[in-house]
Write a protein that binds this ligand. Structure first.
Ligand code: SAM
Length: 286
C-alpha cells in the first residue's frame, strides 16, 4: 500500500470520512523519499524496537516495520485507529495504542513491549507539542538510544544550536544535557498534505550513555539555565539576579568564582560553563 500516493491517501481518508485536524498537527507525509530515509537514519535494525508518536495513517510506521523488530505507535486521534487497522493489516510486527503521548508511561511501555531489546524513538511529531514531547521523553530517562524526529525547521535549528552560538536557547542546553542533537536533512513544506506554512527538518538526538553533567544536581543545572535565558540580550548577571531574586553583588561573586564574566550573555556560554555556574550557586546554598 503506497500511502504517499495522494490518490491512495485521499481514497482511504474519504472512505472513513476523515478530515484533517489542525489542532492535532495533522500534516501527513506524501513525499515518498522521506519516510525510508527517516527509518534508515533511526538506527533501528531487526533486533531493535521502535516507538513512534503520531502514526497518522501509518506511512512512516510501514517503513519502520520493514527495518526493525517491532513498532509500537501511540496515536491520540481515535478516528485514525480504524484507518490504521486497514493500512497496517498486513504487518505482524506493529502495535497501535490509542493514547496521548504526553500521558503515556513510556518506561512501562518499553518494559511490556520491548523487554531486553534496544529501543529507539522515530516520529513525525505534531508541531504543537514538539518541545514538551522531546523534554518528556528525555526527562523520563528511558532505556532508549536515540530519537529521530521531524520538526519545524525553526525548532530543529534552535534545538540543535551549539551552546555558545547565536541561535542557542534554553532548549538547546536542555537537550544537550541528555544527548547530542544534530540536523540530518531538511524537508520542504510541499512534502505534506495539507502543506504547512513552514519547512521542516529531521533531527536525531543520540542519548548520552552516561550523564555528561556530573558535578551539580540536575535541578541546579536547569534552574540556572532557565534563569540565564529568562531575558534575551541581558547579561547573565542581570538575568540570574532578577529571575532568582539574589542580590547582584552575590551573583557577581559567584560568577567570578565560576570563571564567567558578569557581562556574558547566556547564548555565549557552553554546557560546561553552565555546569560550573550551577555548581557554585548550589554550593552557596541557592
Ligand atoms: N506520522 C504521520 C505522517 O508522517 O504522515 C502523521 C504525522 S502528523 C505531523 C502528527 C500525528 O500525531 C497525527 O496523526 C496526530 O493525530 C498525532 N498526535 C497529535 N497529538 C498527539 C498526542 N498528544 N499523542 C499522540 N499522537 C498525537
Amino acid at each position: 500500500m503506497q500511502l504517499t500516493d495522494i490518490g491512495v491517501l485521499k481514497s482511504i481518508i474519504s472512505k472513513y470520512g476523515f478530515t484533517f485536524s489542525k489542532s492535532l498537527g495533522q500534516n501527513f507525509l506524501i513525499n515518498p523519499t522521506v519516510c525510508p530515509k527517516m527509518a534508515q537514519n533511526s538506527g533501528a535494525d531487526k533486533s531493535t524496537g521502535v516507538i513512534e508518536i503520531g502514526p497518522g495513517v501509518g506511512v512512516l510506521t510501514r517503513e519502520l516495520a520493514a527495518v526493525c523488530k517491532k513498532v509500537v505507535c501511540i496515536e491520540l486521534d481515535s478516528r485514525l485507529i480504524q484507518i490504521l487497522d486497514e493500512t497496517l493489516a498486513d504487518l505482524d510486527n506493529v502495535k497501535v495504542i490509542n493514547a496521548d503521548a504526553l500521558k503515556t508511561d513510556f518506561a512501562a511501555l518499553i518494559e511490556e513491549h520491548f523487554p531486553g531489546d534496544d529501543v529507539v524513538v522515530c516520529a513525525n511529531l505534531p508541531y504543537y507539542i514538539t518541545t514538551p514531547v522531546i523534554m518528556y521523553l528525555l526527562e523520563s530517562q528511558l532505556k532508549i538510544s536515540s530519537l529521530t524526529l521531524m520538526l519545524q525547521k525553526e525548532a530543529a535549528t534552535r534545538i540543535c544550536a551549539r551552546p555558545g552560538s547565536r541561535d542557542a536557547g534554553a532548549v538547546s542546553l536542555a537537550v544537550r544535557y541528555w544527548g547530542e542533537p544534530k540536523v540530518l536533512f531538511n524537508v520542504p513544506r510541499g512534502s505534506f498534505m495539507p502543506a504547512p506554512n513552514v519547512d521542516s527538518a529531521v533531527i536525531r538526538i543520540d542519548i548520552h550513555p552516561s550523564p555528561v553533567v556530573t558535578s551539580c544536581s540536575r535541578d541546579s543545572f536547569f534552574k540556572i539555565v532557565k534563569a540565564a535565558f529568562s531575558m534575551r540580550r541581558k547579561t547573565i548577571l542581570n538575568c540570574i539576579s532578577e529571575h532568582l531574586r539574589i542580590p547582584k553583588a552575590t551573583v557577581s561573586q559567584l560568577l567570578e568564582k565560576s570563571g564567567i564574566p558578569s557581562n556574558a550573555r547566556a547564548e555565549q556560554l557552553s554546557l560546561k560553563d553552565f555546569e560550573s555556574i550551577a555548581l557554585h550557586f548550589e554550593s552557596a546554598g541557592f
